[in-house]
Design a protein around this ligand. Structure first.
Ligand code: ADP
Ligand code: ADP
Ligand code: MG
Length: 637
């Protein structure tokens, strides 16, 4: 029995482990780096110990610090989560040498599976089919080139110590081989300190199907398969279980091969056996091959939990505490279909650049399992994986799960940072994915269409304009005083005219007049519920839902920089206090053009861009209506 558990990780996985430990009455100890002092996992744990600086090398990879923290906290076990030290055999040895339980496999099992070349040799001996290729000792480039030609192009060069898709290069013909080899080796050396590679036949129309296994050190059971074929740069994006199109025959063949693999290394705890599958003619029992074994809990384990009803972390803690396998194979069955999507703070349009920012708002809809390591108000630290959450849905069948995931993504509200939620929604709606005809090339092939954000709908832009003015919800009543005066709001390239009414507003957008009515759970446009919600953020307006998006705002009150066809407009009705420029003046973005008094306050109207003043149309003391032209700005010669 484990009574106190230290979790040597951060983020969603640390939170997820803590939740199960809690449920089992186990005391929990978190560790944290300086930037994580107030992170969600620290908050959830019973106690927390600081282990060092923000960079992983100064904290979450410091095995010595972590073991010291465990001993000082009186922990009797260490759960490594995934990533960081989870597959580090030396760390396992050190944990055990300190008299602590490592929640996971033995150091020997990790070592046996740690290098892909050795693992493949071992698996071939155990009768598990392995990808055809070269995984020998001789690393001489000329020799590898000969081996590649013998295997037949296309081939895949892989770092033997690889992980997370690093150190991997596909080569389509002999001409590109040497360059690819060199760059794969350089990347492998940088990432893993080991530049040895193996060469594999590149499987055409590849699918990634993996089997969840669980062992007690001698015997193992499987918890069926997951399909992780939706990948970008060899990294999983959406995962599901069971695999689309799986037959009982192929499942039996794959799952029994996985159990053989686990038993061959005396596997203890949760692990994953990954297979590459040639799906060019559907799934066949002789067309799958062992790729690697991940000797830890996997990011995508929730889909397996959703279809089996098993809490894999509970099993991990029970087996690590000395119990045998909780069930036998016959007790396990698949129920329904599950999907997981990885929600990231990243900008798909900008080449999937991690984005920074404060999570000003974070809401998830009902009916979805959310695994997250952040809370509203948190800053996404730039030192770690920018994952916001994993969303997992379950449905009676695949169609139901697809619908559930679409709803989950549409109902997800994140403001303050760019996310990949639009990308995930488009991927989910992809025809091939919808029909279950998946392979690992989908994202690369159809990348452009999946990556580019759809333009915001007219309804969404109208709602953004109204929200930018602080209208909506309770604010509308107050504003009805101003009716029927109009306001002008710049949304992207357009200037929208907003005329508030009691309970809503009329918005002129692209020559069309939309009638908006504010309701508790969103907006009605021309009488129809549109499923869009919006909020002001520090930089603009975020509209949630289909057709939504983010608009950066030059704050109409602080900047007044609403411009239409070269004319700077009064953003609201008021009195001109002062005109700060004359005809012919050169102005820079941010210069004061005029000062307007409105709603008993003075507002400086700033130039939204550089230019030359062509004409001044008002004088101090003038009373102006919203939308009146104040100053004309021309481009500099
Ligand atoms: P999966 O996503 O299927 O669990 P990955 O291989 O993508 O498997 O890795 C899972 C996590 O482990 C990710 O957070 C990844 O960044 C991390 N990771 C994978 N390999 C390594 C490695 N060699 N060193 C450090 N972290 C790794
Ligand atoms: P990592 O340790 O980085 O996870 P893997 O060996 O698991 O490396 O491969 C990562 C991904 O690369 C797979 O999920 C698959 O999409 C692709 N891949 C790997 N081997 C092959 C292959 N022989 N043919 C085609 N695709 C492959
Ligand atoms: Mg892998």
């Amino acid at each position: 029995m484990i009574s106190t558990l230290l979790i040597a990780n951060r983020g969603e996985i640390a939170c997820r482990v803590i939740e199960t430990a809690r449920k089992m009455g186990i005391e929990t100890v978190a560790v944290y780096s300086d930037v994580d002092a107030r992170a969600r996992h620290v908050d959830l744990a019973d106690r927390a110990v600081r282990i060092g600086g923000a960079a992983p090398g100064e904290s979450y990879l410091r095995g010595d610090q972590i073991i010291m923290a465990a001993l000082e906290a009186g922990a009797d076990a260490v759960h490594p989560g995934y990533g960081f030290l989870s597959e580090n055999a030396a760390f396992v040895g050190a944990v055990e040498a300190a008299g602590l339980i490592f929640v996971g496999p033995s150091a020997e099992a990790i070592r046996a599976m740690g290098l892909k070349d050795r693992a493949k040799a071992l698996m071939a001996d155990a009768g598990v089919p392995v990808v055809p290729g070269y995984h020998g000792e001789d690393q001489e480039p000329g020799h590898l080139e000969v081996e590649a030609a013998e295997i037949g192009f296309p081939v895949l060069i892989k770092a033997v110590a690889g992980g997370g898709g690093k150190g991997m290069r596909r080569v389509d013909g002999p001409a590109g081989f040497m360059d690819a080899l060199e760059s794969a080796k350089a990347e492998a050396l940088g990432a893993f300190g080991n530049d040895a590679v193996l060469i594999e036949k590149y499987v055409t129309k590849p699918r990634h199907i993996e089997v969840q296994v669980f062992g007690d050190g001698t015997r193992a059971v499987h918890l069926f398969e997951r399909d992780c074929s939706l990948q970008r740069r060899h990294q999983k994006v959406i995962e599901e279980a069971p695999a689309p199109g799986m037959t009982e025959d192929v499942r039996a063949a794959m799952c029994s091969a996985a159990v053989r693999a686990a038993e061959a290394v005396g596997y203890k705890g949760a692990g994953t056996v990954e297979f590459i599958v040639d799906a060019s003619e559907g799934l066949r029992a002789d067309r799958f091959w062992f790729m690697e074994m991940n000797t830890r809990l996997q990011v995508e384990h929730p889909v397996t939990e959703a279809i089996t009803g098993v809490d894999l972390v509970e099993w991990q803690l029970r087996v690590a505490g000395g119990e045998g396998l909780p069930v036998s194979q016959g007790d396990l069955a698949i129920s329904g279909h599950a999907m997981e999507a990885r929600l990231y703070a990243e900008d798909a349009e900008a080449g999937f650049l991690p984005s920074v920012g404060t999570l000003e708002h974070l809401r998830f809809p009902e009916g979805v399992r959310v695994d997250t390591g952040v809370s509203e108000g948190d800053v996404i630290p730039r030192f770690y994986d920018p994952m916001i959450a994993k969303l997992t849905v379950w449905g009676a069948d695949r169609r139901a799960a697809l619908r559930g995931m679409a709803r989950a993504l549409e109902g997800t509200e994140v403001a303050g940072t760019v996310t990949n939620v639009g990308f995930l929604s488009r991927l989910l709606a992809h025809e091939g994915f919808q029909s279950g005809d998946v392979d690992t090339g989908i994202i690369d092939r159809d990348g452009a269409g999946l990556v580019a954000n759809a333009p915001m709908s007219e309804e969404a832009r109208a709602i953004a304009a109204v929200t930018a003015l602080g209208l909506g919800g309770g604010a509308l009543q107050g504003f009805s005083l101003w009716a029927p005066l109009s306001h002008f709001v710049g949304i992207g390239e357009d200037v929208l005219r907003v005329t508030p009414r009691a309970g809503g507003a009329d918005v002129e957008v692209s020559g069309q007049l939309l009638r908006l009515v504010s309701e508790v759970d969103g907006w009605r446009v021309d009488g129809e519920k549109v499923g869009l919600r919006a909020m002001r953020t520090s930089g603009g307006v975020q509209v949630f839902g289909r057709g939504g998006g983010f608009v950066a705002l030059a704050d109409p009150l602080a900047r007044g920089g609403v411009e239409r066809k070269g004319a700077v407009l009064a953003p609201m009705p008021g009195r001109v206090v002062r005109v700060a420029v004359s005809t012919g003046d050169t102005v820079r973005e941010g210069d004061v053009l005029a000062v307007l008094e409105a709603m008993k306050m003075e507002h400086r109207l700033l130039a939204a861009r550089d230019g030359v003043v062509g004409e001044v149309l008002v004088r101090a003391g003038d009373q102006v209506e919203a939308g009146l032209e104040l100053v004309r700005l021309e481009d500099e010669a």
